[in-house]
Design a protein around this ligand. Structure first.
Ligand SMILES: NC(=O)c1ccc[n+]([C@@H]2O[C@H](COP(=O)([O-])OP(=O)(O)OC[C@H]3O[C@@H](n4cnc5c(N)ncnc54)[C@H](O)[C@@H]3O)[C@@H](O)[C@H]2O)c1
Length: 433
């Protein structure tokens, strides 16, 4: 791979859905640029990477190894069905303290949403009216492409990336209309019901050559038609569903138990949360999308088919309960019933008092910056190395995804070394002898 040059000009990050996660990302980036806070949780900003042998003691920052867009050269924009500007939306989301928001009020107020492509049938709990009109879904996609182009020109951006931060839509399975680009484009013209708004945004981005990541569990870009389009337009894509609170913990703990051949017979996970996301997920049709995304994780890590005595009877249950008093400050409980030597039972209890959007915001930023890097490096289609950030990674050519966070990190780091022309690290260690 040829050596990448430093980035030029501004990067526009466009976010469909200017709710809790998006406004926390935008306000956070502005606060960091003003020196008011630290980008904790973001690998692109704070992570280091080992190069060469351990004895060489070379551990530069990731942003020193590969040229990433500087935070000061980023412009944000987005779409929503509520007309609130980013300051108003951030106040409503109640994630960040007013003291911080007041200090950055002006730049936040300047970011106003563009009219959304929205259809009530896919998210029944929302009732905003700031919505585009069009004869069919293709016309709406074209309107989004115009928005992207206008945003790029008006803000004098060199490049654009898009990260879906909109609500979770109802559960839709892959069907005939998703199988090829031709059938998807026909479906867009004929208003096919299996094409929800998130897929229209994904189509508009990928068609425009704009890298696209999907932070929710909806299919969005996870269909053969959009993978085909991504290859055709040389566009990197990544999905789906940000890996934040409980699933983050799961993909940290489960590989550890498996590595010691400890059995697991039950994993019960329940959450309370009271933000708008929680309200949307209170609708069973929308919760189903999230449930499927959350359930896949343990099955892949434990491989019960290969380890029937250890994981063959694993009972995995996930609940999300909408509980308004908690707002964005979610609480997630896990009860894990494990088995040790001679099948003796033990239990692990996890009580994670986390903050949903505080965990998600650095993921949005990292996905945007890494997708932009991938684009400049000439990488297109599904970026499996970004699975590290995702709860339900989009498979690459039908190869089952990896959920173990440590394997995902290893893959991410080796991809960065590969992009930078550095030797890959195998951890073999024989040459130290
Ligand atoms: N916060 C986390 O930890 C986390 C983790 C994984 C996934 N997610 C997903 O990220 C997404 C955003 O979460 P949030 O907490 O910010 O939710 P939120 O409800 O605060 O924000 C979502 C925003 O999207 C808007 N929206 C919905 N449909 C839209 C459309 N078609 N076009 C434009 N705007 C649209 C809504 O009006 C709302 O403002 C959700 O799908 C959530 O499931 C969040």
């Amino acid at each position: 791979m040829k050596k990448l040059k430093k980035t030029q000009g501004k990067l526009g990050i466009l976010l469909p859905g200017l709710g809790a996660v998006a406004t926390t990302t935008i306000a956070g980036t502005i606060a960091i640029n003003k020196g008011l806070a630290l980008p904790i949780g973001s690998l692109t900003q704070m992570g280091r990477i080992r190069l060469g042998k351990r004895t060489e003691k070379k551990q530069p920052f990731i942003h020193e190894l590969v040229p990433l867009q500087p935070l000061k050269q980023i412009v944000f924009g987005g779409w929503d069905l509520y007309e609130d500007n980013v300051y108003e939306s951030a106040v409503h989301a109640q994630v960040l303290e007013m003291d911080l928001l007041r200090k950055i009020r002006k730049p936040l107020e300047n970011i106003k949403p563009m009219k959304a492509v929205f259809d009530h049938n896919y998210v029944k709990r929302l009732n905003g009216h700031f919505i585009k009109e069009g004869k069919n879904k293709m016309e709406l996609a074209e309107a989004l492409m115009d928005d992207i182009n206008n945003f790029k020109t008006e803000n004098q951006c060199d490049r654009i990336v898009m990260v879906w931060c909109g609500s979770t839509e109802i559960y839709i399975q892959e069907s005939e209309v998703h199988r090829s680009l031709e059938s998807l484009e026909n479906g867009l013209r004929n208003n096919h019901p299996d094409i929800p708004p998130s897929m229209i945004y994904a189509y508009a981005a990928i068609k425009s050559g704009v890298p696209y990541a999907n932070g929710a569990p909806n299919l969005s870009c996870d269909i053969p038609a959009l993978v085909e389009l991504a290859k055709k337009t040389n566009t990197p894509i990544a999905g789906k569903d940000f890996k934040t609170g409980q699933t983050l913990m799961k993909t940290i703990i489960a590989p550890g138990l498996k590595s010691r051949a400890l059995g697991v017979e039950g994993w019960f996970s329940t959450n309370i949360l009271g933000n708008r996301d929680g309200e949307v997920l209170d609708d069973p049709e929308n919760f189903k999308t999230k449930e499927v995304s959350k359930l896949g994780v343990l099955e892949q890590i434990f491989e019960p088919g290969l380890y029937p005595e250890l994981y063959g009877n694993l009972y995995h249950k996930v609940r999300i309960n909408y509980y308004p008093p908690r707002g964005d400050n979610k609480e997630g409980w896990d009860n894990i019933d494990i088995r040790g030597w001679l099948n003796y039972p033990m239990q692990i209890k996890v009580d994670f008092l986390c903050r949903d959007s505080i965990l998600a915001a650095p993921i949005v930023l990292d996905l945007a910056l890494f997708l932009d890097l991938a684009k400049r490096a000439g990488m297109s289609g599904v970026q499996e190395w970004l699975s590290f950030y995702l709860k339900s990674p989009q498979p690459l050519n039908n190869v089952p995804p990896i959920h173990d966070i440590f394997k995902q990190l290893h893959k991410l780091e080796n991809t960065l070394r590969y992009i930078a022309g550095e030797e890959l690290i195998t951890l073999l260690g024989q040459d130290y002898e």
